[in-house]
Design a protein around this ligand. Sequence first.
Ligand code: LMR
Length: 334
Amino acid sequence: MKVSKLLVALFAGALSLAAYAQQPIVIKFSHVVAADTPKGKAAEMFAKKAGELTKGKVKVEVYANSTLYKDKEEMEALQLGAVQMLAPSLAKFGPLGVKEFEVFDLPFIFSDYDALRKVTNGPVGKQLLAKLEPKGIRGLAYWDNGFKSFSANSPIRTPADLKGKKMRIQSSKVLEEQMRSVGSIPQVMAFSEVYQALQTGVVDGTENPISNLYTQKMHEVQKHLTLTDHGYLGYAVIVNKKFWDGLPADVRGQLDEAMVQATRYANQIAKVENDNSLEAVKKSGKTTVYAPTKEERLAFKKAMLPVHQKMEGRVGKEVIQAVYKDTGFKPDSL
Ligand code: LMR
């Protein structure tokens, strides 16, 4: 080879190496809900902030609506490093073996967002995230969705109205027990399959915050929605630990800051998003929305409360008591 040719080849090689060195670090962020939900919007906000704060060194690709993975698969994908970031609902950590997380699924354990925040922002929240480390997972933040309501094709006014109904739940032993406590039949199913299951009658009803119900169009196939607010559904934002620890320290610091900002945003918009979805459901005229009286909600609480004690052996008495203490939990009132 002539010297000039060799020089050209060397120069081209150096150029492509330089281009390679400038390739952004890609973070795949997979989730199962629609883009216009509290989680979907917060994920986009994180992507934006991450790009800005790292000056383009990191590119976060958000995959909404189970486009990459369904519920169960996404956790495996994270552990294998096929995706780097997720925000699974807190119910998803029980099946992973970190059963203490199921404390969040206990019916009526949080009276409102403030009570919840005392746990997620306090030592209990921190200790729970630390339990993910041996699974190769680092927990970065808690993001809110909101409080769940029951829907079905017949009115739900009393716990007895749920009797015998096949109710879709996430894979959670606590949620199974919650449904059994009112005589319904729990059906574990991936989120992406719920709409069709409701439409075809494979299940009779479900529970979710209104933002999830509305953005999946479940209200189009559910005639009745009762605002029971009987349980909380929120998320932990998690990353593959090996990937995260392997990032350059300055980049990781910038991403931590992006996460702080996205978390603030997530927890600001969650209630508003759910309120807006409720208005949209009402406006659609497809579902009759019922707001139970205080007495009616108390009846649900009374029926479901034995679940706390029943699940003590699985979830852990200590963590339940710690949550009671943080929130000032009252068994007899709302
Ligand atoms: C569900 O499966 O109902 C939820 O976990 C979906 C979600 O991520 O909000």
